[in-house]
Design a binder for this molecule. Structure first.
Ligand code: ZN
Length: 68
């Protein structure tokens, strides 16, 4: 059982490392994030946004679509 727990720990650590490799800089808050990223295209330019800024970015994109 101890061996099983050790294997689970290694798998989780590897998964965490793989996720950490996917770091990106959010175009709205300018912070380096490693979580889920969302690409939104506004006026022909594609921005990358973190999950925190996704909603705001989508609202801005909708505004830009309506007024540009
Ligand atoms: Zn952000």
């Amino acid at each position: 059982m101890k061996k099983f727990i050790a294997i689970v720990c290694v798998v989780i650590a590897m998964a965490t490392l793989l996720t950490a490799c996917g770091k990106f800089t959010c175009d709205l808050c300018q912070q380096e994030k490693s979580g889920k990223k969302t690409k939104i295209t506004v006026d022909g330019e594609t921005g990358v946004f973190c999950s925190d800024c996704k909603d705001a970015a989508e609202a801005l994109a909708a505004l830009a679509d309506a007024y540009l």
